[in-house]
Design a binder for this molecule. Structure first.
Ligand code: F3S
Length: 397
């Protein structure tokens, strides 16, 4: 792997022990994956931010570091809303540890925008090289924006944030971004809701594994693409996908599908994942809600009262921009939390059947929250949540 004089100097410790250690991580990763050199990154997104996942060892490692990020860098969701954690019934001991993790990252120059939707923060554009780590964010950056990032681990993303570079291999190289599998979707989706695309991704991810799929027969918008990619990254390891006529690199490759394995997915098969049960809570915002999703939720909840708890998750920046929608939503008794989500927070571990509108949450809730999960459209989620027959005594009001 070729290193510049400056990179060699960092590796030799001339800019301090922390940078030396982090450069060793990057060079080690680069050597394992056959990178030829380092590439400058536009931004970083760092996972390993929830105390639930990194624990005491992770916190100690962060506290041992002494350097600052040199490119715009954000955190992945943490275990709680860092301002409203008491409303989430978070154990104060957990909160203390989580706040310590957050302040350790802040000291390293990582912005406390704790979100899996950093693409709403204008820190990337088409063609940028990135070091992002949360799988749905990676999928969106690669597929919907046309930026280039591998799925980084927490330490390698943090190293890239501080060094400002990442090894050039994998999805940083155009030749590795071609489709490897062709999904032909047949039939009409029952609803054009993003949840349907999440369910499609739930199925397609299992078939894809870590291959790059190309879809035809669908016309998703941005929120639908977000849900599709998030689910494929959860049930498979899909970090990039293409949709004919929709995603930017569909224009770059001349898609000759003749050499690709072809799989037909029937729209009915996707709709079969939607069930009609009675959940004990509803969780929306996996990945974190867009401004449009918050405003749609406000339109559904205006003048309503929830009868089971409703948790909605979005980036703090988006919540601040959409205050009127958030006010309307919260008047119904639903809560809009920042910094966290239904999967990384322990808050939802108290429930037994969680209704979501996301294919990724459908996949992760059972293992991460120890609860069963069911998927419904956003409209159905809110209808269930406001149905007096589903009333729970301990609804968030
Ligand atoms: Fe984001 Fe949490 Fe889902 S990190 S993609 S909301 S599991």
């Amino acid at each position: 792997m070729h290193l510049t004089h400056e990179e060699e100097a960092v590796l030799n410790g001339e800019e301090g022990e922390t940078k030396q250690q982090l450069m060793e991580i990057l060079v080690g990763v680069g050597k394992v994956f056959g990178a030829d050199e380092m590439v400058q990154i536009r931004s970083a997104q760092v996972s390993g931010a929830s105390y639930k996942t990194i624990g005491e060892w992770g916190l100690k490692w962060l506290l041992s570091l002494d350097a600052r990020a040199c490119v715009p860098s954000v955190l992945n969701p943490v275990g709680m809303d860092r301002m409203r954690w008491e409303e989430m019934d978070i154990d104060p001991e957990f909160a203390k540890k989580q706040l310590a993790v957050i302040s350790a990252y802040e000291r390293l120059g990582i912005s406390l925008e704790c979100t899996c939707t950093p693409y709403y923060l204008n820190i990337t554009e088409y063609g940028d090289h990135l070091a992002w780590s949360e799988s749905s964010a990676v999928s969106y950056a690669n597929s919907v924006i046309g930026a280039r990032t591998n799925r980084e681990g927490g330490p390698s993303a943090l190293a890239a944030a501080i060094i400002g570079k990442t090894p050039r291999y994998g999805l940083h190289l155009v030749e590795n971004r071609k489709p490897e599998l062709y999904f032909r979707v047949e039939g009409e989706p029952q609803q054009a809701d993003a949840s349907w695309y999440g369910a499609l991704g739930y199925i397609a991810g299992k078939i894809s594994g870590n291959r790059i799929p190309l879809f035809s027969g669908i016309r998703p918008g941005r929120d639908q693409l977000k849900n599709l990619g998030a689910a494929m990254a959860a049930t498979g390891a899909v970090a990039l996908y293409h949709v004919q006529g929709i995603t930017p690199e569909a224009r770059v490759f001349s898609f000759d599908t003749s050499g690709l394995e072809e799989v037909v997915i029937e729209a009915n098969e996707v709709s079969d994942l939607f069930t009609d049960e009675i959940p004990d809570t509803v969780a929306i915002g996996c990945p974190h809600c867009s401004p449009e999703e918050l405003s749609f939720l406000a339109s559904l909840l205006e003048g309503q009262k929830i009868t089971i708890p409703v948790y909605i998750f979005a980036a703090r920046n988006i919540i601040n921009r959409e205050q009127e929608s958030v006010r309307i939503i919260e008047r119904s008794g639903a809560r809009v939390f920042a910094d966290t989500c239904m999967v990384v927070s322990p808050a939802l571990e108290q429930y037994s059947l969680i209704m979501v509108n996301s294919g990724k949450a459908l996949s992760y809730v059972p293992t991460m929250c120890g609860a069963e999960a069911m998927i419904g459209s956003t409209r159905d989620c809110i209808e269930k949540a406001c149905n007096p027959q589903n009333m729970r005594q301990d609804s968030l009001t």
